[in-house]
Design a protein around this ligand. Structure first.
Ligand SMILES: [Zn+2]
Length: 119
C-alpha cells in the first residue's frame, strides 16, 4: 500500500505532541499533551484491518511516530503478545490497533501518527 501523506506540522510543538493523542474509534486518551517526542523513520506496520481470506499479514509503510522511552508515560494503552522482539500497541479501551509498537530491546514505544487522532 502507498504511504499515507498527512501534514502533522501543527501537532508538533517543540518536538513534542501539542495535543492529546487519542484512539480513532473510541476517543480513549493514549498520550497526554507534551509527553512524546516526534520521530521519523520507516516501519512496516500491520494494517488495522486484515483480510479474512488469507493468513498473510498486510502492512503499510509508516514514517512518523510519537516516541516514548517509558511505557508508564502512556495514559492508557494495551499490548499484544511479543512477536520478533516487538509488542504491538492497541487501544486500552476498545483494543483497536495496532496503533504502533513497543520495542522490547530498546524499551521505546512508537505510536504512528496516521493511526491516531489529535484532540
Ligand atoms: Zn479505542
Amino acid at each position: 500500500m502507498p504511504e499515507q501523506i498527512e501534514d502533522f506540522t501543527d501537532e508538533i510543538k517543540n518536538g513534542k505532541n501539542a495535543r492529546s493523542v487519542t484512539c480513532k474509534f473510541c476517543s480513549s486518551i493514549i498520550l497526554q499533551p507534551a509527553t512524546a517526542d516526534i520521530s521519523n523513520f520507516e516501519f512496516d506496520l500491520p494494517l488495522m484491518s486484515q483480510r479474512k481470506d488469507t493468513h498473510v499479514i498486510e502492512t503499510e509503510k509508516v514514517s512518523q511516530f510519537w516516541t516514548v522511552d517509558n511505557i508508564y508515560t502512556f495514559y492508557n494503552v494495551g499490548f499484544s503478545n511479543t512477536v520478533d522482539n516487538k509488542k504491538y500497541l492497541i487501544c486500552g479501551d476498545c483494543e483497536a490497533g495496532p496503533v504502533g509498537y513497543h520495542d522490547v530491546e530498546t524499551k521505546k514505544s512508537h505510536v504512528a501518527l496516521i493511526r491516531i487522532l489529535h484532540k
